[in-house]
Ligand binder design. Structure first.
Ligand SMILES: [Mg+2]
Length: 177
């Protein structure tokens, strides 16, 4: 099983939120200014994320659909996300629209039950430390080409989707030898 985080791993959530803030503040904040969702600059514009229709306005990161299709050639894929009740409808619609047939799993404060061939891909941007954990060393931090702090040796950092697909394929092949 390959579990893929939704927010800012597949969709544009943090990037759109920063754009919203930058427009109002006439600033140029980037992802490098944000380490977690408790960042004061984000909390100042919490109405952005509190919108129950939030996911109706989000886009996808370039290549996200292709990424999921490539992963599906390797193994079963599920999308994992910590979901607030008021976002549930909008989030389910988003996943069903862009990734039809891929299950959306609502996770909170859990380690995913992993076998040795299972994976978690997560951008690790969260206000709940380790809300979803790989637990067995098969974790990948998706940095989207940016720097992302990673102090968990269960995770390896990677900048783009293609690199992740190649790495998982290579590891799966090693397991079979
Ligand atoms: Mg995320």
């Amino acid at each position: 099983m390959i579990s893929v985080d939704l927010d800012s791993t597949l969709n544009t959530l943090i990037y759109d939120w920063l754009e919203y803030i930058n427009e109002r503040e006439e600033k140029h904040y980037t992802i490098n200014d944000i380490k977690c969702f408790d960042e004061p600059i984000l909390l100042k514009y919490i109405e952005y994320i509190d919108n129950p229709n939030l996911y109706d306005h989000l886009g996808l990161l370039d290549g996200a659909i292709e990424f999921i299709k490539e992963l599906q050639k390797i193994d079963d894929v599920q999308i994992v996300s910590v979901t607030q009740d008021h976002h549930l409808k909008s989030k389910e619609k988003f996943v069903a629209t862009h990734f039809p047939g891929v299950p959306l799993i609502n996770v909170k404060d859990c380690k995913l039950a992993h076998t040795k061939n299972s994976w978690l891909i997560d951008d690790k941007l969260s206000n709940i430390k380790s809300h979803i954990e790989a637990g067995n060393g098969n974790g990948i931090v998706f940095t989207n080409g940016e720097y992302r702090y990673n102090d968990n040796s269960d995770y390896i950092s990677m900048g783009d989707y293609g690199e992740i697909v190649k790495y998982i394929k290579m590891k799966q092949q090693q397991e079979q030898i």
